[in-house]
Design a binder for this molecule. Structure first.
Ligand code: MOS
Length: 741
């Protein structure tokens, strides 16, 4: 890495390999389940084998007498665990009920006990020897959400959608279903708890260490200072690891009772019951339009299932009110309860299933009007956020996404007839969809520190979910100081660090960069003061405005930076180990700059499928994805995010679905062999383009953050392409072979 001024200017927007890459590829990066401690023992949960009812008898005696078994925890002996206090310290939990709180079973796989033994094998064997008896009732895991006649709330309304729909010359009225999808990060959820007196350190698979700490403190009834949560590396989470799940408290209690470190690793099968999923959605969309395709009315009424105790609104109407210009609109939502675990945000929650319905309806409307779906969207594009007093968007280039994408894809070569496009004996289908995702700057504090050993460091209580967060932060420090990347330490993933945001909502980059930049500016200023006031410093006596920092060296602006003094030498001359400063990000809701603006990213997806009619096989062969995500800090990591999301979109369109047995409530395809996620072999040729227009409202760098938006709009483009190839309109995801026979 060169330290010339040229490299400083060039690093923002430069494809930069992950600074943590070598640690990951050599196995040196410690994921939560990699932590080992002296005298550590292993916990294995016991899962309910009914989906509804209660425990009538729990016999742990056989398990307790097995070799190596130290403890079996359950409702009868876990002792007090508390629910999270709503609104207190902003603690957000996943399940409202604490572990083993009562003997009622509300979903299949709910934990009924946890066995702790000297070895994992002993704990696993003993867990299978715990005998539970139940009074079982039939669970309700019905996928007919539309039967629900309970509370329905209006989440966005303008004009008179029903009147305008009734009188519209062209009408589209359709129902779309998305199935339960389970988060399948490769890294399993895990907890390792280590007590020291009344203090506990938890090595967690957490997308939010700061929140995790507060929730654990409340659950365990401890002062917040007594809990420390560490997540150095994450093998992703897709939202499943945003908030704590019951296994974390079970691990902490077991470790405390035994006075030994305890590790619990959730199995893949348990991950289909106990750590969240994207709920099933049933979405009713009505669009009224003129014969020319101008939208007159839009209704989006959705249901998503929630669990028996948790109120989880998927938020399918997140993008609906802002994507198009339409005077009459309403979005409503309702949440029928099912005997299933708590749903949880999953990559692009709300907007992704919501846009599947909305964009499918737009594609169907285009077909009905005999209109190009691209033209229909451009005709109905909006420059204002019509859901919010017609305020402007901070930066909206959706139309450019459509136009750039169409050009790259070759959309003008599309012929409209069903099955009219062919290549190498296969039928081609082309489809497209729009995408959007909300942006916001969350509060954040970061501390930037120059050290006398020549290293530069930033500390922040956020974490890297695996997307390149470490690298992007280092890029900003390099840009500010010219210190080479290999001399920069990015310290994240510890709840004891200055408070940072969750790795969620694609919001870390947009939220943290300002805090780092402000911290760096502050630390540089202090360094300049020290340089100007320290005996032995070549800059002694220089006025502060004349001192620059380039390539890690302090120099006067009239001097070549190579003639300046390295910051480490200045610190040594001043006999200082380090100089640091704290920087903050002002959250959007407190920032006068963002008042009066609607903040969103946008995108367009163009999809080609190849259809082999002989065997009814659909394969997504090509995707062009154009993203307007503000300024892109690291195009390599960003492209990786969008390409990964597109592959997940292939899964959403063609493969992913968690199926529940209606007799028992059991997720019956709860393994990576039976639950199909898109693999490399399913991945199409993917062309990712970023428009790279800095967002003038999103802080110093204008980055809105990207990731989840790459999934939005892919599935409706796939179903449109499938229709184009086959003439079969699939409104229930995923598209199955049997739909096409
Ligand atoms: Mo994402 S669903 O906010 O981890």
């Amino acid at each position: 890495m060169s330290t010339t001024p040229a490299s400083m200017a060039a690093i923002i927007g430069k494809a930069t390999p992950r600074i943590d890459g070598p640690l990951k590829t050599t196995g040196a990066a410690e994921y939560s389940a990699d932590f080992h401690f002296d005298r550590m023992v292993h916990a294995v949960p016991v899962s309910a084998t009914i989906g509804n009812g209660r425990i009538t008898k729990l016999d742990t005696s056989a398990a307790e007498s097995m070799p190596g078994v130290l403890l079996v925890l359950h409702h009868g002996n876990i002792g007090p665990l508390y629910r999270t206090v709503p609104g207190d310290d902003n603690a957000t939990n996943s399940e409202v009920r604490s572990a083993f709180e009562d003997e009622t079973i509300r979903y299949f796989g709910q934990y009924v006990a946890v066995v702790v033994a000297e070895t994992l094998e002993q704990a696993t064997a003993a867990a299978s020897a715990v005998k539970a008896e139940y009074a079982a009732e039939t669970p309700n895991v019905s996928t007919k959400l539309g039967d629900y006649d309970g509370k329905r709330k209006s989440t966005s309304k303008r004009g008179d959608p029903d009147g305008a729909f009734a009188s519209a010359p062209v009408k589209l009225d359709a129902v779309y279903n998305t199935p339960v999808e389970t988060h399948n990060p490769i890294e399993l959820h895990a907890s390792v708890a280590v007590w020291d007196g009344d203090n506990v350190t938890m090595y967690e698979t957490s997308q939010g260490v700061v929140n995790h700490r507060v929730v654990m403190a409340q659950t365990l009834g401890l002062p917040v200072e007594n809990v420390r949560v560490i997540t150095r590396y994450l093998g992703s989470g897709f939202g499943g690891k945003l908030f704590p799940w019951p296994h974390a408290a079970m691990t902490a209690v077991a470790a405390r009772k035994l006075g030994r470190p305890v590790k619990l690793s959730v199995t893949r099968r348990m991950m289909f019951s106990c750590v969240g999923y994207r709920p099933h959605t049933e979405q009713h969309v009505k669009i009224g339009a003129t014969k020319e395709g101008k939208l007159l009315a839009l209704r989006h009424d959705y249901f998503n299932n929630t669990s028996m105790l948790d109120d989880f609104d998927e938020g399918c109407g997140e993008a609906t009110p802002i994507l198009y210009s339409v005077a009459n609109l309403e979005v409503t939502s309702a949440q029928p309860r099912r005997n299933m675990g708590a749903p949880m945000w999953m990559r692009g929650p709300g907007a992704v299933p919501g846009l599947y319905a909305l964009e499918s309806a737009m594609n169907e409307l285009a077909d009905q009007l005999n209109m190009d779906p691209l033209q229909l969207r451009i005709l109905n594009d909006t420059e204002k956020d019509e859901s919010n007093k017609d305020i402007p968007f901070s930066s909206r280039h959706l139309r450019e996404c459509y136009e750039v994408g169409a050009k790259k894809f070759g959309w003008e070569r599309r012929t409209t007839g069903i099955g009219s496009m062919r290549r190498d004996g296969k039928i081609l289908g082309w489809g497209m969809g729009g995408a959007s995702w909300v942006a916001i700057q969350l509060p954040c504090t970061a501390v930037v520190e120059f050290c006398a050993n020549g290293r530069l460091c930033v500390r922040c209580g956020t974490q890297d979910i695996g997307t390149g967060t470490y690298t992007v932060f280092a890029q900003v420090l390099h840009e500010k100081t010219g210190v080479p990347l290999e001399k920069i330490d990015v310290i994240l993933g510890d709840s004891g660090l200055p408070g940072g945001p969750m790795s969620g909502g694609s919001m870390v980059t947009g939220s943290v960069l300002d805090a780092i930049a402000n911290g760096a500016n502050g630390a540089i200023k202090r360094l300049q003061q020290i340089a100007a006031s320290t005996d032995g410093s070549p800059l002694k006596g220089a006025s502060l405005e004349t001192i620059a920092l380039t390539g890690g060296r302090l120099h006067t602006k009239s001097q070549a930076y190579t003639d300046g003094a390295h910051f480490a030498d200045i610190l040594s001359a001043a006999k200082l180990a380090r100089v640091s400063a704290e920087g903050k990000t002002t959250p959007s809701w407190e920032n006068p700059k963002s008042k009066g603006y609607s903040l969103h990213s946008f995108g367009a997806q163009f999809v080609e499928v190849e259809y082999d009619p002989e065997i009814a096989r659909v394969r997504v062969s090509r995707v062009v994805s154009v993203i307007d995500g503000g300024r892109i800090i690291n195009p390599k990591a960003a492209t990786n995010q969008i390409a990964g999301a597109v592959v997940m979109g292939v899964g959403m369109g063609l493969l992913e679905e968690t199926v529940y047995d209606h007799r028992t409530g059991q997720p019956i395809n709860g393994s990576l062999a039976d639950y199909l996620v898109a693999t490399c072999a399913d991945a199409p040729d993917i062309d990712v383009t970023f428009l790279d227009h800095p967002d003038p409202i999103m802080g110093e760098y204008g980055a809105r953050g990207i990731a989840e938006i790459g999934l939005a709009g892919v599935a409706p483009a796939i179903t449109a392409a499938v229709y184009h190839a086959t003439g079969v309109r699939v409104r229930d995801l995923p598209v199955r072979i049997e739909d096409l026979l």
